[in-house]
Design a protein around this ligand. Structure first.
Ligand SMILES: Cc1cc2nc3c(=O)[nH]c(=O)nc-3n(C[C@H](O)[C@H](O)[C@H](O)COP(=O)(O)OP(=O)(O)OC[C@H]3O[C@@H](n4cnc5c(N)ncnc54)[C@H](O)[C@@H]3O)c2cc1C
Length: 282
């Protein structure tokens, strides 16, 4: 439980942080809330030689609204999202992450950069069709959530890049729900389902469904979306669509659930999340 020796720096600007990353080379790591990286270091599954702490870098926290888009600073903590219900599905889901102590440390940028398919907010940002803004010494670029998650704990973010903000469409007029199933309160998700629904005269104008922990990366349930979009939006239509929730997925088995059980959970949670998002859950 004691990490390998490492150096530590807490730069006071983004430029300094980027320079420290370059000087530290491939074994330098950014530190945000530390609630994913430090456990890995204590287990010696990660052994960075330099930690570049982002806590003192100004301008990386807080939420701005711009032309229907939420621009959320990478260092914005889960608790800050939780405390602002106007952030809709982001706030609703942040509230379901672990306990309040973890939510006071963990950051949105850290959660996305870590690339753990069991984390809750990545599936939400994917379903919202959001993106991350990153900066390196070469400039800035935007990575769509659909391109971000490449494999287990592997993202498209370069070693020399810092996530500065996360952009999420505000999705005005959409109902939303995040259904999370776990063995114990405040645990990681065995499976989580994010549903976003835009209703229109009893019909479904648009729908997006994102999965947590149903593969090595967060996933979109496109078969469910295709079955509902443009059709009626009632309990029967939702139940029929939810039957295809697990199609094409290869969820990892673990101590808590076999792949088949996870597929079952995906179907049940998808139906529940869609009913809630459509305002049909009674
Ligand atoms: C007991 C416990 C329970 C938890 N339960 C849940 C849960 O139920 N659901 C859930 O979603 N999460 C859970 N978490 C994880 C928690 O939400 C993490 O804090 C979060 O996933 C990572 O955020 P962080 O700010 O702590 O990142 P860190 O641990 O600091 O960093 C994680 C990784 O991201 C990189 N990184 C961080 N910030 C940036 C950046 N701005 N740009 C580029 N790279 C960056 C780091 O270099 C590192 O590789 C739990 C954690 C603990 C300790």
């Amino acid at each position: 439980m004691i990490p390998a020796e490492f150096d530590y720096t807490a730069p006071e600007s983004l430029d300094e942080a980027l320079a420290a990353l370059r000087e530290g080379g491939e074994d330098a790591k950014l530190l945000a809330g530390g609630h994913s990286l430090l456990p890995l270091m204590k287990l010696r599954l990660a052994a960075p030689t330099l930690l570049v702490d982002l806590r003192r870098v100004p301008g990386l926290s807080g939420v701005q609204r711009e032309n229907g888009t939420l621009r959320i600073g990478a260092m914005t903590r889960h608790a800050d999202l939780e405390d602002d219900p106007s952030l809709g599905i982001m706030s609703h889901t942040a509230r379901q992450i672990a306990d309040r102590q973890v939510r006071h440390r963990g950051t949105l940028g850290g959660s996305l950069a870590h690339g753990d398919p069991a984390s809750d907010l990545p599936a939400v940002v994917l379903a919202c069709e959001g993106s991350v803004g990153v900066r390196s010494e070469q400039g800035t670029r935007e990575i769509a959530a659909s391109e971000l998650f490449q494999d287990y704990l592997t993202t498209a973010i370069g070693e020399d890049e810092v996530v500065t903000e996360i952009r999420v469409p505000a999705l005005e007029g959409y109902g939303y729900a995040y259904e999370k199933f776990m063995r114990r309160a405040e645990d990681w998700a065995m499976v989580g389902v994010c549903a976003l629904v835009k209703a229109n005269d009893g019909g479904c104008e648009d729908v997006r469904v994102g999965f947590t922990h149903m593969g090595s990366v967060p996933l979109r349930a496109t078969a469910v979306e295709d079955a509902l979009r443009g059709g009626s939006l009632d309990r029967e239509a939702i139940a029929r669509a939810a039957e295809s929730a697990a199609d094409g997925t290869e969820p990892p088995g673990d101590l808590n659930a076999t792949p088949d059980y996870k597929r079952h959970l995906a179907r049940v949670l998808t139906r529940r999340a869609l009913e809630k998002a459509a305002g049909l859950s009674g």
